[in-house]
Ligand binder design. Sequence first.
Ligand SMILES: Nc1ncnc2c1ncn2[C@@H]1O[C@H](COP(=O)(O)OP(=O)(O)O)[C@@H](O)[C@H]1O
Ligand SMILES: [Mg+2]
Length: 380
Amino acid sequence: MAYFVGLISGTSADAIDAALVDITDSKIVLSHYLETPYPRDIRSRIERLISSTADSLTAAEFGLLDRLIGDAFGKAATNLLAVAGIESAQVCAIGSHGQTIFHAPSSNPPFSVQLGDPNVIAFATGITTIADFRRMDIAAGGQGAPLVPPFHATMFTREDYDVAVVNIGGIANVTLLPSRSDGPVIAYDTGPGNTLLDHWVHRHQGLSYDADGDWARTGQLMTALLHECLHDPYFALPPPKSTGREYFNRHWLDEKLKKTSATTVPAVDVQRTLVELSALTITRQIQQKMPKCAEIILCGGGVGNSFLVETIATATPAAITTTDTYKVPHAAVEAMAFAWLAQRRTAGLPGNLPSVTGANRSVQLGGIYRSDARATPSAA
Ligand SMILES: Nc1ncnc2c1ncn2[C@@H]1O[C@H](COP(=O)(O)OP(=O)(O)O)[C@@H](O)[C@H]1O
Ligand SMILES: [Mg+2]
């Protein structure tokens, strides 16, 4: 047994996902998974920050939020171990992604900011914590994202046919996995997953998400708006590319609505159209880059949106499954990936895939924040 914990809160900033994973040379097995919602005041601070401009953040607010998120992540790890009945001394390391508050891989120079002080996580849990996973890849000329694809490749590559893994978080990302020994892995953010859906249903229905896509299902597709959205230059950019809520946000949507004079149409029709946008930007990319893709394996919170899943299925000839089919709960994949990345760092192995992030070479990812509560992992 070699337990690692992975912690992440994605662009949706809905909850801290925590996975306890048993990683040995021969297999990777999820032991326990737990979502801990952010305390309400921390979530609203994050939401305020993400939806405003980064320039408006003071150093004091930045420092405070870094600490508060670190405390919340530490609590999420402690909760997970309590539920699992595992002592901290049994865990080799925690891999904490933190909370992205700004991702600017194309600025000059590029940067990406994740908060959640790893010192407080290490101290609260007594477990050595690895964090700041993105910036070594950026230093090496990469996008610092996406980082989960090598984990997808390890878990889901098939011997004899091409598959795509699609994570539908706030942003959707696709990992194209050619059948074993047949070409490099390609992976990138396709664009919006749930983020515009969450924003629109919140604005018009006061809900944090459109449960099962039930509201969108009753709307009419607005073709002009869909085409305007599909013409956004991001979708035509070649990989490597990654994006976030700094780009796909309410301002982005409002501009598309204005351009198509769609500001007065029924709100439900916009929701319906946004489902189509997420579905098509995923399936068209797969069709273009991997025409022989036989199976699309879905994961992430968007799997809960059954209307979105049906819309994806309608738009592709590939079979649609979820990671649950392979005994990997769809909500747990990203947290498991950060447990796996912590194991890689502990073993001194590289974590990035240069073919995915665009980095000059593969590098070890993450800084190590040792807990002095006990002996540290032997290979670190
Ligand atoms: N039952 C559901 N119906 C519709 N959408 C859902 C459901 N469950 C989760 N979601 C969507 O999944 C999102 C969270 O997905 P997640 O993978 O955690 O994203 P992120 O990685 O960005 O945090 C929610 O904001 C919501 O849009
Ligand atoms: Mg989430």
